[in-house]
Design a protein around this ligand. Structure first.
Ligand code: GLN
Length: 311
């Protein structure tokens, strides 16, 4: 087993950076172009509060789909598990994260899970707050507390790009309205979804989210931000659906809950041990960072992080 040190992480980054060649940068995001292809950064925060970072760890990116786990935590807080999963399923899917067919053919009307776009839009419709400014404010306050970073904010240009490029998400939302899967204000749910996708974070912020989940929902100051029963649910959903239709592969090759976003971000949760935050903007066809995914698997092997390991 390798020792977790900054030197080890530097080597791991250089080993994994070449995997970026297998991916493409999502150029629909503002300031995302091919010059970001070779960027790869990681931060790891351990439960004893040590921080290890390497590579381009201070390069901030929009949360994109990593936001889906925060939205799920808020919806669970507001409505409880039973009500949330009456609205959204908890099963993995082999379909793409923005699949339209998946919500049409799914016999129970509900989207498959909270980690696909349709599921996350429905989850957003459940978050309480009266209006979207308040609902987003709650989201951001919760995230600031989790990350211990009061500077976190939404990037207006990313938000505008989400609106401008949102035809697919609008289609999903209005289709779900037609089937009765989405019963609340469709535009409000979409707008909140667009906003939470546009919050900017760096590797350390992503790793702090992972650490909070690894510490049973207790922040470094000792305050419990999420009750254990909700945390269990969130981690199980991350494990089965967090890497989209590659989640099975990551359950086998990483063996701990992860969540990715199309900005190339990944949050990893190794319960009782560490939170992992990765940014590597070149993504594969399923939406996962290629170099970041290679790094997650390497860390799992080298540091023995797989919860199903036998030796
Ligand atoms: N903004 C992206 C979308 O809604 C986020 C999806 C993702 O990260 N997979 O399509």
């Amino acid at each position: 087993m390798k020792q977790l040190t900054n030197e080890y992480l530097n080597e791991a980054i250089e080993d994994c950076r070449p995997y970026a060649v297998n991916g493409n940068v999502n150029t629909s995001l503002p300031n995302f172009d091919d010059t970001l292809r070779d960027k790869l950064g990681v931060s790891i925060m351990t439960t004893d509060q040590s921080v290890y970072s390497a590579g381009n760890s201070t390069h901030c990116v929009p949360m994109q789909s990593t936001a889906k786990i925060i939205a799920l935590m808020l919806a669970l807080h507001d409505f409880g598990k039973e009500r949330v999963f009456q609205t959204v399923g908890m099963e993995p899917t082999d379909e793409m994260f923005n699949s339209i067919g998946a919500i049409e053919s799914h016999d129970k009307v509900k989207p498959f899970n909270p980690m696909v776009n349709a599921g996350a839009i429905v989850v957003c419709s459940l978050i309480k707050g009266g209006n979207n400014d308040n609902r987003f404010d709650r989201y951001l306050r919760f995230l600031k507390q989790m990350t211990n970073n009061n500077e976190l904010a939404m990037d207006e240009s990313v938000y505008q790009a989400e609106i401008a490029n949102g035809a697919r998400n609008r289609s999903l939302a209005y289709f779900m309205q037609s089937t009765g899967a989405l019963i609340f204000d469709v535009e409000a749910a979409l707008d909140l979804y667009f906003r939470i996708n546009a919050v900017m974070m760096c590797c350390e912020d992503f790793s702090r989210v992972g650490l909070l989940l690894a510490r049973d929902g207790v922040d470094p100051g000792g305050e419990r931000l999420i009750p254990p029963h909700h945390l269990r649910t969130v981690k199980a959903i991350m494990m089965t659906s967090g890497m989209y239709n590659s989640s099975g592969e990551y359950a086998v090759d990483a063996g701990f809950p992860c969540k990715s976003g199309v900005s190339g971000s990944i949050i990893g949760v190794v319960s009782g041990r560490m939170g992992i935050g990765i940014v590597g903007p070149a993504i594969d066809k399923k939406g996962n960072s290629t170099a970041g995914g290679a790094l997650i698997k390497k860390l799992s092997r080298d540091l023995k992080l797989n919860m199903f390991r036998t030796e």
